[in-house]
Design a protein around this ligand. Structure first.
Ligand SMILES: N[C@@H](CCC(=O)N[C@@H](CS)C(=O)NCC(=O)O)C(=O)O
Length: 257
């Protein structure tokens, strides 16, 4: 059996794991699920609660994206490594990843869910992506309950959304600042895991056309979300992430020679 990546396919944490495995050239099969129902699959795969979970062929489950990235990095050949081998650059990269995981990704998610969850049609369209049809049918029926639970678990409300918007913009500025010296990637000259993490987490605010799972017609999103996307797309950090999707995302997905 190959490695299996259990996901909620549209999730930005899952995109980070998927892109990392692909960039490292680690083959895997993805198993997508709908939100909340995913917990059954997560448990079955040996994880605790969240996706992504990588059920390693013949091994234990890895249920945290930084550890999945480290697994991918360990398997990668020298030309596809995701982290510098050692030293200051590696520590700096791991610290940046931690900041993105903690201080950025959850804020993007809360901002997006605040605008998305009132829209049953759109939310269900996203939940449908690569999910088992039976699961999606269940989620359709249970949508009002599911939505209430998601709002509660992620504290999706107006003041929270505003705080998250501020935190998100601060990270865009910090990333823009880091790139001001003209470096092509976050740690310098080499593309790697920090770039993948930022681009994956920023994707819901940028809607890059190269995203392997999510295709949303921008016009369907509602004015405040569209305005935030437009601003992000013009921000230096947004332009950087869009470039990574354009230049690196399809290449990562292509089977290695
Ligand atoms: N620290 C985890 C966080 C992953 C995470 O928050 N995953 C979300 C999807 S975006 C999740 O599974 N949420 C559902 C839940 O908490 O039940 C990682 O980096 O893998």
């Amino acid at each position: 059996m190959p490695h299996i990546l259990v996901t909620i396919p549209f999730s930005h944490f899952c995109e980070k794991a998927r892109w990392s495995l692909e960039a490292a050239g680690v083959p895997f099969v993805e198993e997508g699920h709908c939100p909340l129902v995913h917990r059954v699959a997560v448990r079955r795969a040996g994880g605790r609660r969240t996706v992504p979970v990588l059920a390693v062929e013949g091994g234990a489950a890895i249920d945290d994206s930084p550890l999945i990235v480290q697994f991918a990095d360990a398997k990668a050949t020298a030309d596809r490594k995701l982290w510098p081998a050692s030293g200051r650059a590696r520590d700096e990269g791991l610290e940046l990843e931690r900041q993105l995981d903690v201080d950025f990704a959850p804020h993007v998610r809360r901002f997006v869910y605040f605008h998305l969850l009132p829209r049953r049609d759109l939310a269900l369209e996203l939940f449908r992506i690569d999910a088992p049809p039976r699961e999606h049918a269940m989620v359709r029926v249970a949508f009002p309950v599911l939505r209430a639970l998601m709002r509660r678990f992620m504290r999706v409300h107006e003041p929270g959304m505003r705080r998250s918007h501020g935190a998100m913009l601060r990270m865009f500025d910090a990333i823009g600042e880091r790139l001001r010296d003209g470096r092509p990637y976050l740690l310098g000259d080499r593309f790697g895991a920090a770039d993948i993490a930022f681009a994956s987490f920023a994707a819901p605010m940028l809607q890059p056309p190269e995203h392997p799972k999510v295709r949303v017609a921008l016009e369907s999103l509602g004015a405040p979300y569209i305005a935030a996307i437009r601003r992000s797309q013009e921000h230096p950090a947004g332009l950087f992430a869009l470039r990574l999707y354009r230049e690196r995302r399809a290449a990562a997905a292509a089977p290695s020679a």
